[in-house]
Write a protein that binds this ligand. Structure first.
Ligand code: ADP
Ligand code: MG
Length: 254
């Protein structure tokens, strides 16, 4: 089976009148169907740029991005995007926030509404369907933001440091929560983070980037002997520390 996503020798620079910033240089990697991949790299190395290239907000200057074997623009798959801020609208109820995507896409059907309720129910937010975002905790808000993305039935989910606005304790719980939901829905996911432990605890594979311009420094398969492999349980796996040290060294090499 062809990989869901292929980055082939991608390079990209930002241009302004007086300056060129090379963000990505000869970047090659692929992501298989159903895989959870984390991308780690130093701040400012080009991680968000990679996600914006995947969803077509930016275009590469050279190289090829293939989705299901087709040029990225022609693939027609649904891509979900989750950011650091939940971007929930206070003037809408949780249900109407969750229905934002279908409204924009003009596909508000009875089935979509039922699916939205089903997701809210499955993931513990049914009683909050008519609440306003400010009535929810930070973790519940992130869950609502994830459900808003899932309603669009994405084949690929992009997560750009989605937990970095949360305090440490909440962050552990919310990443556990979100990680479990993504696994349960069997969605292919790419998580961008600068948090090594978060990457190891959530992903099947970690792609380590160099500092800017980003290129692949190395790729580490994560194999942890914990069952079930939830993000929180993963942190207690005997292999966890070795992976952490290995990736830490790789990121801090001169
Ligand atoms: P990361 O997400 O890894 O922190 P980014 O992908 O956001 O990094 O940015 C990579 C580099 O490109 C940074 O040096 C950043 O300053 C620069 N950059 C990002 N967006 C723009 C832009 N719109 N115009 C010019 N430079 C940009
Ligand atoms: Mg970023």
């Amino acid at each position: 089976m062809a990989p869901l996503l292929e980055f082939k020798d991608i390079s990209m620079a930002y241009h302004s009148i007086d300056q060129e910033t090379q963000a990505i240089s000869h970047l090659t990697f692929s992501v298989s169907q159903g895989e959870f991949v984390a991308i780690v790299g130093p701040s400012g190395c080009g991680k968000s740029t990679i996600l914006n290239l995947i969803c077509g907000l930016l275009s590469p200057e050279s190289g090829q991005i293939l989705i299901e074997g087709k040029n990225a623009g022609e693939s027609g798959i649904n891509i979900g995007y989750m950011l650091q801020k939940d971007h929930l609208f206070e003037w809408r109820t949780i249900f109407r926030n969750v229905m934002l995507g279908p409204e924009i896409a003009g596909c508000v059907t009875a089935e979509k509404k039922a699916y939205a309720y089903q997701l809210l129910d499955s993931y513990g937010l049914k009683e909050f369907a008519n609440a306003r975002p400010s009535q929810l905790s930070g973790g519940m808000r992130q869950r609502a933001a994830l459900i808003r993305t899932l309603v669009m039935e994405p084949s690929l989910l992009l997560l750009d440091e989605p937990f970095s606005a949360l305090d440490y304790q909440t962050r552990l719980n919310v990443s556990d929560d979100i990680g479990k939901i993504i696994r349960q829905e069997s969605i292919t996911a790419i998580l961008v983070t600068h948090d090594i432990a978060e990457a190891i605890s959530m992903a099947d594979r970690v792609i380590i980037l160099t500092s800017r311009p980003a290129t692949v420094s190395s790729i580490v398969d994560i194999d942890l002997t914990v069952e079930p492999r939830t993000p929180l349980a993963s942190r207690n796996a005997p292999e966890f520390k070795n992976y952490f040290n290995r990736i830490w060294k790789e990121l801090n090499q001169p």
